[in-house]
Design a protein around this ligand. Sequence first.
Ligand code: PMP
Length: 394
Amino acid sequence: MFSNLSTPTADPLLGMMQQFRDDPSADKVDLGIGIYKDGQGNAPVLATVKQAESFLVENQKSKAYVSSAGNEDYNRLTRELIFGANSGLLARSQAIQTPGGTGALRVAGDFAHSVKPGAKVFLPDPTWPNHPSLLAAAGLQVVRYPYYDVASGKLQFDRMIEALRAAGPGDLVLFHGCCHNPGGADPSLAQWAEIAELLASTGATPLIDLAYLGFGDGLAEDAAGVRLLAERLPEMLIASSYSKNFALYRERVGALTLVAKDEATASRAHGHLLPVVRTNYSMPPDHGASVVAHILGNVALRTTWEGEVAEMRGRINGMREKLVAALAGRTTRDFGFLGVQRGMFAMLGITPADAERMKVEHHVHITSSGRVNVAGLNDSNVGHVANAIVAVCG
Ligand code: PMP
């Protein structure tokens, strides 16, 4: 079975991590790997997470199986966080706990394929590189739609709307709920309204990838587009992740939420998600979700966590401004767009060869697509990074 296998292509992410470790320069900067780092360049465990973990160690009474849907408190709190605690959407939605946002996307893909084998999934161009392969592996037919023009730093809204007319009932259309990865550009509320109108007319189901809630303008602000779509459409799926906003990356904490036209339909659809899970990983891992449920369900811890998210968001947006200021007037391209975009990522609009020069000549490690993790910037390295961009982009 194994002997005739070809040599697999290395995972670019792992290769990037290794190259950074191997770079002997004292000035090296990692803007490649997509994790949030604090002002000192560390990715620490949040204080609220430490507290919740201590609580669980002391108080958790059993490690017995829970269910394919996972922790019910967590599922309810997740829906309340996305839609708002008093939202009417709570009545016609259901959620299941999943292993990270990735797990939620895969369950969504498997589910869509089980309802309509070979259904299409429309993905923004560009998008998170795992989207196409993951959803194709679920059996869906991947179609790309124009979303963001890297050269101009702008959404291609009209072209996107035009392309999405081809998505019909049973098909999925994936949107990043906020803080688009890698573009950093999101639709305005007026544009979300136009998207809702289009989807209402075609009958396609939106699949929202919500991996950076709270990293843009605020927890409620970042959910505004998702809430608008859910209010105006009979159906949607949301693959959300707590990897970033709780810094729980390796614990694998996510959720798949569905919104249906009414409570009974939501409950029926939820029943169809469960066998998808059961025949894959059976049940989600508990620890990270219990941590999140404990924090979101405790008034004091939740308030502290909201402060932690605000601090991460403030640092990211502050570094965006500092990078723009450090580049101002020094390049032919106006990088002002970096300051108005949101989230951890930005596209410099450079070639893979120039991305390589950033790494080899300046020890600034970014992805070959020219994507920069803004959350890897800090006061000590932003000047060096700006100099590298000026040197490479001219
Ligand atoms: N969607 C997007 C857009 C992401 O950037 C990521 C993580 N890089 C994910 C989903 C997956 O998140 P998780 O680690 O929770 O699986």
